[in-house]
Design a protein around this ligand. Structure first.
Ligand code: ZN
Ligand code: ZN
Length: 162
């Protein structure tokens, strides 16, 4: 277990951090309209397990009930969508992109395909535009120099600046 990828993550600003202490039991996408809206993305992407194996290690999760039976957690300081759970349920899921290592947890199934955005299936075929470092190196430098995003690992004293 010591060489396993840590199942930690958190919001963009670092005010809220979480971890799972047991392997995920589900990694999935959801194309329903509520997941599109709640994540501000093209679909929801979640890794989930049991609430008993989940803990908030820093800060406080804010909750929005998107229906009477579902609550979605987020950071009230920076707005990052973080969790999805049935009210009173035994399980909880975290947004895949909020994990420190989303690349280690590929989705194995998807739900809500009837609500999917028609162009989702063709995303890999889109042409690539030049990276910002090539097009606007000054802007790229400025972003790097003033980056307020929490790093992809737990920290002892974040947020400590400002
Ligand atoms: Zn935050
Ligand atoms: Zn959904």
């Amino acid at each position: 277990m010591s060489d396993a990828v840590p199942q930690t993550g958190g919001c963009q600003c670092g005010a809220v951090r979480y971890r799972f202490t047991a392997p995920f039991i589900e990694v999935s996408l959801c194309h329903c309209r509520m997941c599109q809206k709640a994540t501000g993305g093209l679909f929801g992407a979640f890794a989930g397990g049991f609430r008993d194996d989940f803990e908030i290690t820093r800060g406080t999760l804010s909750l929005f009930r998107s229906s009477d039976s579902v609550e979605r957690g987020f950071c009230s300081a920076c707005g990052t969508p973080l969790t999805f759970a049935r009210v009173g349920g035994k399980r909880i899921s975290v947004t895949l992109g909020s994990l420190d290592h989303p690349e280690a947890f590929p989705p194995t199934e998807q739900a809500g395909w009837t609500g999917h955005l028609a162009f989702v299936g063709a995303l890999a075929e889109l042409p690539n535009v030049p990276v910002i470092e090539d097009v606007a190196p000054d802007l790229a430098r400025s972003i790097r120099a003033t980056n307020h995003q929490h790093p992809d690992h737990d920290t002892a004293d974040w947020p400590s600046r400002n």
